[in-house]
Design a binder for this molecule. Structure first.
Ligand SMILES: Cc1cc2nc3c(=O)[nH]c(=O)nc-3n(C[C@H](O)[C@H](O)[C@H](O)COP(=O)(O)O)c2cc1C
Length: 150
């Protein structure tokens, strides 16, 4: 149900739930400089978030607006997944720090699909806490005009 620019629905999801495929993937794509993301390989499911770019919405959007709309579209759709998973008692983690090159090679992903992110999913050992502080509203919101730097 996520919205998308010009309703192009660029999202495609490659769900990796075969333990062997998932192990090969996590061994490869979370190695070297990406090893801080290794924990994600412990989750039973990794979703590869792909975008199929639409010529009109993306090329024109980028040229005229200077914005890659598909990133916004993918973020919205991905966050819908996060919220629905939460509703079902599942935990997720967006993983942006992984080898896109190795992901493409290992899973044979055609070049027409942009690899945007990974998302791990599974039942969590502990429920998420609010330990990571969020900025306060007055640190991030202006009303009507920008008066001071935040
Ligand atoms: C686009 C994106 C990419 C992210 N990439 C990673 C990642 O590669 N590794 C990781 O551990 N967490 C990653 N995260 C998770 C954030 O670090 C995390 O959401 C943030 O620190 C807030 O923590 P919380 O979600 O536990 O409250 C990513 C989140 C987003 C939205």
């Amino acid at each position: 149900m996520a919205p998308s620019a010009d309703h192009v629905q660029p999202w495609r999801f490659l769900v990796v739930d075969d333990p062997e495929v998932k192990k090969n993937l996590s061994d490869e794509v979370f190695s070297g400089i990406y090893s801080s993301s290794k924990f994600a390989g412990k989750a039973p499911v990794i979703i590869v978030m792909l975008a199929k770019l639409d010529v009109v919405a993306n090329r024109i959007g980028k040229q005229i607006q200077g914005i890659h709309f598909y990133f916004i579209d993918m973020g919205i759709a991905g966050e819908h997944i996060v919220l629905q998973a939460e509703e079902l008692g599942l935990g997720t983690c967006w993983i942006g720090w992984f080898s896109t090159k190795k992901t493409r090679k290992l899973l044979n992903i055609p070049r027409k699909y942009k690899i945007v992110s990974l998302m791990s999913m599974g039942y969590t050992e502990k429920r998420p806490s609010n330990e990571k502080k969020r900025k306060k509203l007055d640190e991030i919101v202006w009303f009507n005009k920008i008066e001071n730097e935040k």
